[in-house]
Write a protein that binds this ligand. Structure first.
Ligand code: PEP
Ligand code: MG
Length: 543
């Protein structure tokens, strides 16, 4: 090993092997109290002009955002952007910004930083919760203004080099959207647990990912060559020749094994005692579906729509949604495809719904709860799904079901909209079992649906009261514990004859396949790269 080699051991949260140059991604904004010092050399006229241009750009952005949100979600929510407009054009704020540029000869960006910091502090010191929440609105506008002044109109991750190894503090679900097109080789993170959405998206993309690297920004050298073994959680930075040779041999061997399991991938998965099991895939975009079908997936068991919403700055219309669904699912035409209704809120916030702050978001408005509150969002969704059902064999899955009424209301909307669209045959309706309440009331829920699908990621989070995004409580997040299997068993015993599937990450772990089959699961929906190995494991099992 060379003296300059640095070996780091972290948690492997998405498997795979990769090599490449490290790109350390630092967040755009510094800490809230780090006000900049002006260098006193800026042209006042130019900076005042820059401030006006940026203000007018943001005014336009906020206006189109408000229009979209009003049309696609709710009139009440669009009011938030009107408030942002009012703050942006507040006379005393504008006066203070201009004053800062004139008096201190600083750049417009610098003035924004200093003045907004002053205002945010004032609001934060106020007693009332409403006044304090205004400091968040201010921060939002500050980010918009500073981005506009810096000429940033795109997400910072859109600028990372192709094929790099991204090293960053944490990855939000919305960030992963921007990695897809950049052919990112691997990701190194300071924070992020196995159950986090970022980990799950990474697994779906087949993107190797290691987390738990302490003090990442200070430890990891930008631009260094690195070997990432996310099967074991080891990153070798600045490796010597011998380490590179050994690593590449390991890659070759792994590729050979994958190739061999793919040879049988298109053959159906039948257990040793002759039970035919359906193996499908979890997808979020067209690339996932193509990989899944090439790997022998017999359809899509979970289409996560969130990427479409997280990757845009305005909510999509019915037509846009329909196009997106068509494109994503095209490789699976002829197979069954299961579209999950939008599961946002909590840990998957959308940029244009940022203001929906809740003290305990995972227990708040997410999944079907949010859709119930904003029926327009639900209707847009169901209309697109119904239109899609003219071309695809579609079923609909309801996320975050807690009480039977959560599925009853979706069913009523489906019926209503189908009759308006003259569609006579309704798509099959399924409930996700991902809260203990849903598992324990499966008998009631099952009266209104055609199938149940276990979302073991959330089921674990809610059973163990351990936030799946929080690495600090990862030891409590045990999705293969007896607690989870006991709930699966209860559901199986309570609803005999009801088709049961699994789309949580537990279904993609070969060592638990036999046990899951014993719990009556007959459809597995797993990350696309895992399809061949899961089929192979099923062939060796008895149920
Ligand atoms: C789950 O909770 O297991 C699931 C499949 O849904 P998601 O991971 O998207 O919350
Ligand atoms: Mg879930």
């Amino acid at each position: 090993m060379s003296e300059t080699t640095l070996i780091i051991q972290g948690n492997p949260i998405s498997p795979g092997l990769a090599e490449g140059k490290i790109h350390v991604h630092r967040t755009l904004l510094g800490p809230i109290d780090a006000a900049p010092q002006g260098d006193g050399r800026h042209s006042v006229k130019e900076e005042l002009g820059n401030l006006d241009i940026a203000t007018s750009k943001i005014t336009d952005d906020l206006l189109s955002l408000a229009m979209h949100v009003e049309k696609e979600i709710d009139t009440r929510l669009s009011k938030v952007f009107e408030v942002h407009q009012l703050i942006l054009h507040d006379a005393s704020l504008r006066k203070e910004l201009r004053q800062e540029i004139v008096d201190n000869l600083v750049s417009a960006g610098s003035a924004v930083k200093t003045v907004f910091l002053r205002w945010e502090k004032r609001f934060m010191m106020m007693e009332s919760q409403i006044a304090r929440s205004k400091s968040e609105d201010l921060r939002d506008i500050e980010i918009r203004l500073r981005n506009a002044l810096a000429g940033i109109t795109i997400h910072p991750l859109e600028q990372i080099p192709y094929g790099c190894i991204l090293a960053t503090t944490r990855l939000l679900p919305s960030d992963t959207v921007f990695l897809v097109g950049r052919s990112t080789a691997a990701v190194l993170l300071e924070y992020g647990s196995t159950g986090s959405h970022a980990a799950l998206f990474a697994r779906e993309l087949g993107l190797p990912c290691i987390s738990g690297i302490a003090n990442l920004q200070a430890t990891i050298p930008d631009g260094a060559f690195c070997l990432v073994d996310a099967d074991t959680g080891v990153a070798t930075i600045g490796p010597d020749e011998e380490q590179i040779t050994v690593f590449r041999k390991k890659v070759d061997l792994k590729n050979r094994v994958i190739k061999e399991s793919r040879a049988d991938a298109l053959v159906p998965a039948v257990t040793k005692n002759g039970i035919r099991i359906n193996v499908q895939a979890n997808v979020g975009g067209e690339e996932d579906t193509s990989i899944a079908i090439a790997n022998g997936a017999e359809g899509v068991g979970l289409y996560r729509m969130e990427r479409t919403y997280l990757g845009s700055t305005v909510p999509p219309s019915t037509g846009e949604l329909l196009n997106e669904m068509r494109q994503t699912l095209r490789p699976a035409i002829g197979h069954g495809v299961c579209v999950r209704l939008l599961d946002i809120g909590a840990d998957k916030p959308m940029p244009y719904m940022e203001f929906m702050a809740e003290t305990n978001p995972s227990l708040g408005r997410r999944g079907i709860r949010l859709l119930r509150e904003y029926p327009q969002l639900l209707k847009t969704h169901l209309q697109a799904v119904l239109e899609l059902s003219r071309e695809f064999n579609v079923s609909v899955l309801v996320p975050m079901v807690t009480i039977p009424d959560d599925v009853v209301m979706v069913k009523n909307y489906l019926r209503q909209l189908a009759s308006q669209l003259s569609i006579s045959s309704l798509p099959k309706l399924g409930a996700m079992i991902e809260t203990p309440a849903a598992a324990l009331s499966a008998r009631e829920i099952a009266k209104h649906v055609d199938f149940l699908s276990f979302g073991t990621n959330d089921l674990t989070q809610y059973a163990f009261a351990a936030d799946r995004e929080n690495a600090a409580v990862e030891m409590y997040f045990n999705d293969s514990s007896d607690v989870i299997f006991r709930m699966l068993r209860i559901v199986h015993d309570d609803v005999p004859g009801m088709p049961l599937s699994i789309c949580g990450e537990l279904g993609g772990r070969p060592e638990y396949i036999a046990r899951l089959l014993q719990c009556g699961i007959r459809t597995f929906s797993v990350a696309p790269p895992l399809v061949p190995i899961i089929k192979e494991t099923i062939r060796k099992a008895i149920c």
